[in-house]
Design a protein around this ligand. Structure first.
Ligand code: FE2
Ligand code: FE2
Length: 350
């Protein structure tokens, strides 16, 4: 006796398709995509005493003999807490190396940058170039460059690490290798490499040779910029972008670094963009309004402006300048033709 034919339905179709690794578009509730880009990354501020206090405690508890690096990561409350990422594209952390210590040589696919916060005389070696670290210096370790950190000075050093780790993770490209020795040999100083990069250059200079922006060079450039009222950007104040001197392009393939100076009392207009920016207050104190919220920052604090969030900055001091160091994922978005920005009008909150 034949079985009666089962009446077909959406539920039966969904069940049968699930068994064949198929799914109907109607199940996703995607009849209307969002009208604006959406992110789960939350605006967030990390206070320096919390970061620095944690680094000092880690300095007592974590040994570089047993741990690859002594690093405290900034964790965005809107993202998977286990991954401990500050944004969906860029990871930020702070690293602490005590006198006499060495963080062993390795290389990895995530690209990294170091912005020195305090301490002088330690060095990072990148592909044989010794980059001696002073406050305000920016040192690049692009993807798959060998790097190790040594502190032969008499004081601890602290720097900010920025990596495109979340982006490289999303692309399933994360890998790391250890150098056969704890330290790589030093072949030259970064100053020698910088000296080769004048307007007239050696024939066939390799493109991967530039890793070090010295504060002693960027600081006069920033203050020189701030003397020309006409070049003030209405959204960012006096903005200096770290360009690759060999290509004229962004700091690294995936990250644009910048410094911005806000004169005493300066207040910018608001805008928004599809890139996400992480700021570190290097000098001074101020506030940044992100949407409806105002984040008060002081020297050493870090904060995130998520994509497509209206934001504006102001310097809270009537006498002192404020300097923000920033990292943006704009180069990655531009490469994918996803970058947009527009001015916006938000009610000023104080
Ligand atoms: Fe590394
Ligand atoms: Fe912005």
């Amino acid at each position: 006796m034949n079985q009666p034919a089962q009446k077909d339905s959406v539920a039966v179709l969904d069940r049968d398709m699930a068994g064949k690794n198929l799914s109907g578009y109607w199940r996703l509730g995607m009849e209307g995509l969002p009208q604006q880009p959406m992110t789960s990354v939350e605006p967030c501020l990390w206070k320096w005493p919390d970061v620095y206090g944690s680094l000092l405690r880690a300095g007592e508890l974590i040994s570089l003999e047993n741990s690859e690096r002594r690093v405290v990561r900034l964790v965005n409350p809107g993202l998977n807490q286990q991954l401990a990422f500050a944004t969906h594209t860029i990871q930020i952390s702070f690293q602490y190396v005590k006198p006499g210590e060495n963080a062993r040589a390795h290389r990895h696919t995530p690209a990294a940058l170091r912005f020195v916060v305090q301490g002088s005389g330690a060095y990072t070696t990148v592909n044989g170039q010794q980059c001696t670290m002073d406050p305000g210096d920016l040192i690049l370790t692009p993807k798959l460059t060998w790097h190790d950190h040594s502190n032969e000075s008499k004081e601890p050093i602290v720097w900010l690490d920025g990596l495109d780790f979340p982006l490289v993770t999303a692309l399933h490209q994360v890998m790391q290798e250890r150098y056969p020795e704890r330290r790589q040999p030093i072949e030259k100083s970064s100053e020698e490499a910088i000296d080769q990069l004048g307007a007239a250059r050696r024939h066939n200079l390799p493109l991967a040779d530039f890793f070090h922006y010295k504060w002693r060079d960027t600081e006069p450039a920033l203050h020189g910029l701030a003397r020309s009222l006409s070049v003030r950007d209405r959204f960012d104040g006096y903005l200096l972008e770290y360009r690759n001197p060999l290509t004229g392009g962004p700091t690294m393939t995936t990250i644009q670094c910048a410094l911005q100076l806000l004169p005493p009392g300066d207040k910018t207009e608001s805008h928004r963009h599809t890139s996400t920016t992480i700021y570190h207050a290097f000098r001074g104190r101020g506030a940044t309004q992100i949407g409806e919220r105002v984040f008060e920052w002081e020297q050493g604090d870090s904060f995130v402006v998520p994509l497509w969030h209206d934001h504006r900055h102001w310097n809270r001091s009537a006498a002192e300048e404020a300097i923000l160091f920033s990292m943006s994922d704009a180069p990655a978005l531009k490469a994918l033709d996803l970058y947009r920005e527009e001015e916006s009008a938000i009610d000023e909150r104080r």
